[in-house]
Design a protein around this ligand. Structure first.
Ligand code: F6R
Length: 368
């Protein structure tokens, strides 16, 4: 049942191309994005003047990624908030606010309460969910199912990348309704999304190398993760996976924040995982990260660099280099998350822990 894998999580990591294809299937028809399980009209989408994304944990990280895409494509302001903070904060909501509630299980208590609060304030709520008929979609105005299939491992993997893909669909649907993208641009973006399962399949070719690296890192005391732009939430997610599975101190930072504090943590031999942007996509971001890596390497960090294949400029600064395929900048989290999932799982396994059932955690968190 683990399909020849040592643990379910690895099987689920390898199912990501298929899960992504399932998330996208049926959502582009006759030249248009269709969110077919939704009960929001085109007019409702046109009226939206602000977006809130609310979620917990890994789902929250998918929301942080969504912000970059939705703001870029729609020019709508997007706020991403932890569901447990949102509802106690008196957020400014009205009927033209779209609240996107992301939850794999659809039962997370904090996210459910955030949905209830938003609807009580007349905001429209769109749920992104992996579980048919769960409470959050039942109480929302509309639902977009991720169709990633059941996930046995407690740590979210394929459901995370599927949430990211579903968020992109919401962004494109809003752009289409608002006219901030021409139909041919929407079609082109969707075609790029459709190419992602194959790109993730290529990213999976790193699995055995990353597993070996994980085994070599099993004795580390702590690991830092750095990223910029969409690589920042990927870094946060990489750190969360490592905490929950390997019970290690792990922290994700925006690379630009290094000199505002975290650089003080760098010491001889500390592993630092860096999520590089494409050298072609955002050259400025890339150059800044190269300079960050050289700074931390000079202070003795052991740099583990996730970079686009063929990115030679980063090579001299990478003690370990993991190459992922070239994809459009906004979609990069779908490929760069893969090695970080494998790394966390394999470090945990090398430390002798149950990768599929980390201590103290439950697959669905129905208490606040
Ligand atoms: C981490 C993880 C959790 C969940 C969080 C929200 O691997 O799985 O952080 O992402 O508990 O769960 P859902 O998406 O079911 O609302």
């Amino acid at each position: 049942e683990k399909g020849g894998h040592d643990y379910f999580m690895l099987k689920e990591i390898e199912e990501q191309p298929e899960a992504l294809a399932n998330t996208l299937r049926g959502h582009f028809d006759s030249g248009r994005i269709v969110l077919d399980e939704q009960r929001l009209s085109d007019q409702d989408l046109r009226d939206v003047d602000k977006v809130f994304v609310v979620a917990c944990g890994t789902a929250y990280h998918s929301g942080l990624i969504a912000k970059y895409a939705i703001e870029h494509w729609t020019r709508l302001p997007v706020e991403v908030e932890l569901a447990s903070e949102f509802r106690y904060r008196d957020p400014v909501l009205d009927r033209d606010t779209l609240v996107v509630a992301i939850s794999q299980s659809g039962e997370t208590a904090d996210t459910l309460e955030a949905v209830r609060h938003a609807r009580g304030q007349k905001a429209r709520v769109l749920a992104i969910c992996n579980t048919n008929g769960a409470q959050i979609p039942r109480e929302s105005d509309a639902v977009l199912y991720t169709h990633a299939g059941p996930e046995v491992g407690v740590a979210a993997t394929k459901t995370f990348t599927s949430q990211v893909a579903a968020n992109y669909l919401v962004g494109l649907a809003l752009a289409q309704a608002r006219g901030t993208k021409y139909p041919d641009e929407v079609a082109r973006e969707f075609a790029e999304l459709e190419a992602m399962p194959a790109a993730v399949q290529k990213a999976l070719s790193t699995v055995e190398d990353v597993r070996a690296l994980g085994r070599r890192m099993a004795d580390s005391k702590a690991v830092l993760f750095l990223g910029r732009h969409v690589g920042f939430p990927v870094a946060l997610e990489g750190a969360l996976k490592l905490k929950e599975l390997a019970y290690m101190h792990a922290e994700g930072f925006a690379a630009g924040e290094l000199k505002h504090g975290p650089i003080a943590l760098i010491e001889e031999g500390l592993p630092v995982v860096v999520v590089m942007p494409s050298p072609k996509g955002r050259a400025v971001l890339h150059a800044k990260l190269v300079s960050n890596i050289s700074e931390i390497q000079a202070r003795g960090a052991r740099t583990i660099v996730i970079a686009e294949e063929g990115d030679d400029t980063v090579r001299p600064f990478a003690d370990e280099l993991i190459e992922v395929p070239a994809v459009p900048t906004l979609l990069q989290p779908l490929v760069s998350s893969v090695p970080l999932q494998v790394l966390a799982a394999e470090i945990a396994r090398a430390r002798g822990y149950d990768v599929d059932k980390p201590r103290n955690l439950a697959k669905s968190v129905t208490v606040e």
